[in-house]
Design a protein around this ligand. Structure first.
Ligand SMILES: [Mg+2]
Length: 281
């Protein structure tokens, strides 16, 4: 079915490669977002798997490009993590994150009485984010917690702590983060390091391509009114497919026409050089 812009009400935009290239806005894409936000034609949401920053840092980046935005429009797996902790009723979480993200999560969870410190006797959950301040000590604590609480140590006579096993989640699956210096390690790489160490694996991995990230959008719009826009097929298109909404592939980032020719899945609803071209439809 042909893509009909007239039926759309909400766009979920990837940031890097779609609206920004590194720190710089992609002008025609950003102009379209600014104009149609101001006219009230579309509602925009901004999607990122990057949990090394708290949402207010993204607010700064997006509003720095003159796009009118508030925190409810920023979709990051930190929101999913918060609702997971609330749903499970966890009170003691070992949050592996940057200082800024820990501060943000502590504020978000203040009313729920949740502590986010390492506490081998009490921790119910290990939550791994894209911690750009990761140290060997944090890696040691994660594996020690798992070993002591999840039965492996007891079996071989090492220190163990009786009680419920500790749960383990990660905010997103990305193996690497694109940078001006090429790919650098992200959560996927950290997960592989942990699994190689003692076999531990997360019970849940949030973020793209998990459609849970789109819940705030799906709660307010019909599926046929929503379009996801992005430059990566295996994350941005995958989340659109998993949520059952249209996907626009932009060639302003990672994916090339040659990648699209080789792509085995259903084709994107539209392929554009940059997001500004959507106005033609
Ligand atoms: Mg991207």
């Amino acid at each position: 079915m042909a893509y009909e812009l007239s039926k759309k009400k909400a766009f979920v935009c990837d940031l890097d490669g779609t609206l920004f290239m590194g720190p710089n806005p992609i002008p025609p894409a950003v102009d379209f977002v600014i104009r149609t936000t101001k006219s009230g034609r579309f509602r925009f949401f901004f999607l990122t798997n990057n949990t090394s920053k708290n949402p207010s840092e993204y607010l700064k980046k997006i509003s720095g490009a003159a796009i009118p935005v508030d925190e409810s429009q920023i979709l990051t797996p930190l929101i999913t993590l918060e609702s997971y902790i609330r749903q499970k009723g966890y009170k003691s979480v070992y949050l592996v994150s940057t200082v800024a993200v820990k501060q943000h999560m502590a504020e978000r969870l203040a009313d729920a009485g949740v502590t986010l410190e390492y506490d081998p006797e009490q921790n119910e959950l290990i939550a791994l984010t894209y911690d750009k301040e990761l140290t060997y000590e944090k890696l040691r604590r994660i594996t020690a917690l798992w070993n002591m609480r999840n039965g492996a140590n007891a079996a071989v006579g090492l220190r163990s702590i009786a009680g419920a096993p500790v749960d383990f989640v990660a905010t997103h699956p990305d193996n690497c983060c694109p940078s001006e210096e090429g790919p650098i390690p992200d959560v996927g790489g950290m997960l592989k390091l942990l699994e190689t160490t003692n076999g531990m694996k997360p019970s849940h991995v949030f973020g793209k391509p998990s459609p849970t990230l789109l819940e705030p959008v799906l709660a307010n719009f019909k599926k046929e009114e929503i379009t996801v826009v992005g430059d990566r097929l295996y994350t941005d298109k995958a989340i659109a497919d998993n949520a059952g909404v249209d996907f626009i592939c932009v060639l302003s980032g990672e994916t090339t026409l040659a990648d699209l020719e080789k792509y085995q899945g259903t084709p994107p609803a539209l392929t554009l050089n940059h997001f500004g071209e959507v106005e033609r439809y």
